[in-house]
Design a binder for this molecule. Structure first.
Ligand code: HEM
Length: 490
């Protein structure tokens, strides 16, 4: 039967508002009412978006190379990323770019970046206030921006780096608010030029700097010995022997910036939030780091964090051919996306799905279509190995040199920032020098404090969904109550 699955009947404006303001609540309520496959209607789109959440359907969706990009990805990003962005091209044009860019992001190459990421992280951590609450998310954004300027753009000239360090956050800020997304969607609805037009002046200013950097790199006789991705792009060749021209390289640089900066910073902020609220996990991780006992548990912590807090909640396709889902045949032309949160919290895939339990990935590595924080198929995130390397280095630097405590008893809740699900209050923490603190302070029981009864209850998925009282008090590592629930609560 060719038809779309049922979904909420509220107007597109109401569904869009729910999705932008309380994304997890919206998804959970759809799952409760319609099961794992349903259709939603968002403002600015003529046709519904079908959300799916079972691994076989996700496999079928991501394995078909011919499926295109959902229209939503291009309209908001093209004016900034440019017409030849690898994230926005389709078909053979897309595959050619991917082929040329993939070697730069190969897992083996990541070693070349580790030292500079560690240096950037150490500088950033040294600048943090001690014994005073501050939001970690903006600090992680500063780290990931510096990493992109260094490892990806390879900018070494201090004045150019300073200029980009000032201009790029303005671009990133102006593209990340839910308010902007509302205005873009509204502009589409009434066929008016969108608010992104106003960003043109800023992007021109940034382009001037990037084009000067590209021109300089082309003249650099030592470019072949450099590790940064801009140098690799200036040397890369398509199959016909042609290279990318300067404007195309500019498009790819801005794409890597926008795709890799906010996402990785958000992944780091969520991982810290989860660690600070799960002292047993934090203690095991610290023991591994202190003993220099490999990075197996650290990798599992990051995988588990990306499962429970998928930074990018949707990574869809525009069907080029029919797709069978739940006894229905979705016709070509339908927009379909995995609802990554729903997939990642299926009890048949993950025992105790709302628990933050990295051990599950030591017992069994993530499956290709049951764990998709980086999407899949021919569009799977190019920077996945880079992001995981960066997260490993930054997390271990932070945890080795500081004791961090959650500044608020309220667990973080997700809010939408551009294409990401981000911690609403920026993951506020209080830092102390680690050398001054006992290495075991994260979990030693404090006999003077009674256990918090709320902490012993399993989390209610509804607490993941919006405003309301917190259900679990954040552990204060220095007060060191007995390690309690490992459940994650946002
Ligand atoms: C935790 C961090 C990150 C997350 C969660 C993430 C997630 C994603 C997702 C979901 C997609 C879409 C995949 C699809 O449609 O199937 C994607 C694409 C992409 N990402 Fe990432 N990403 C992260 C970090 C990075 C980094 C660090 C870079 C580069 C420096 C990067 C570069 C890209 C590029 C170029 C694409 C487009 C791939 C294509 O269309 O062929 N990402 N990412």
């Amino acid at each position: 039967m060719t038809s779309l699955p049922p979904g909420p009947s509220a107007s597109p404006a109401v569904q869009t508002a729910h999705w932008l303001l309380r994304p997890i609540a919206f998804l959970e309520s759809c799952r409760r009412r319609f099961g794992g496959t349903f259709s939603v209607r968002f403002l600015g789109f003529r046709t519904p978006l079908v959300m799916v959440s079972d691994p076989d359907t996700v496999r079928a969706l991501y394995s078909e190379r011919e499926h295109g990009l959902p229209v939503g990805r291009t309209f908001a990003l093209r004016p900034i990323m440019g017409p030849r962005s690898v994230l926005l091209l389709e078909g053979s044009e897309h595959l050619e770019r991917r082929k040329v860019m993939l070697p730069s992001f190969h897992g083996e190459r990541m070693r070349a970046y580790e030292a500079s990421v560690a240096e950037i992280a150490a500088r950033e951590i040294d600048s943090w206030p001690l014994e005073r609450a501050f939001p970690l998310h903006p600090r992680m954004q500063a780290v990931t921006l510096e990493v992109i300027l260094g490892a990806v753009f390879g900018v070494t000239d201090p004045s150019r780096r300073e200029l980009l360090g000032r201009l790029l956050p303005r671009l990133l800020d102006s593209t990340s608010s839910a308010n902007l997304q509302f205005r873009i969607l509204l502009a589409r609805r009434v066929n008016r030029p969108g608010p992104l037009i106003r960003l043109h002046e800023l992007t021109h200013e940034i382009d001037d700097v990037l084009l000067s950097e590209i021109a300089e790199r082309r003249r650099d006789p030592g470019a072949a010995d450099r590790d940064d991705i801009l140098s690799l792009l200036t040397l890369a060749r398509f199959e016909d022997g042609a290279g990318m021209d300067d404007h195309e390289i500019r498009d790819q640089l801005v794409t890597l910036l926008l795709a890799g900066h906010e996402t990785t910073a958000t992944g780091l902020a969520w991982t810290l939030d989860l660690l600070l609220r799960n002292p047993l996990v934090l203690r095991r991780l610290l023991a591994e780091l202190d003993a220099d006992a490999g990075d197996g548990y650290l990798r599992a912590v990051i995988q588990e964090s990306l499962r429970l807090r998928p930074v990018v909640p949707l990574a869809g396709r525009h069907l080029a051919s029919e797709l069978r889902v739940d006894g229905l045949t979705l016709p070509a032309g339908t927009d379909v996306t995995p609802a990554i949160w729903l997939l990642h919290t299926r009890p048949d895939l993950y025992r105790d799905p709302l628990a933050f339990r990295p051990e599950r990935f030591l017992e069994q590595p993530p499956t290709t279509y049951g764990w998709v924080p980086f999407g899949g198929g021919v569009r799977r995130c190019l920077g996945a190995a880079f992001a995981e390397m960066e997260m490993r280095i930054v997390l271990s630097s932070m945890l080795r040199s500081r004791v961090l405590r959650a500044a608020s008893p309220n667990a973080e809740r997700p809010t939408r920032r551009n294409v990401t699900l981000s911690p609403r209050y920026g993951t506020r923490v209080i830092a102390s020098q680690r050398a001054e603190a006992s290495r075991d302070t994260t979990s030693r029981p404090d006999p003077t404090r009674p256990p918090d009864p709320r902490a012993l209850t399993a989390p209610d998925p509804r607490t993941l969904t919006g405003p309301g009282p917190p259900t679990v008090t954040a552990p204060d590592p220095r007060s060191s109550r007995p390690p309690h629930s490992q459940h994650a609560v946002v």
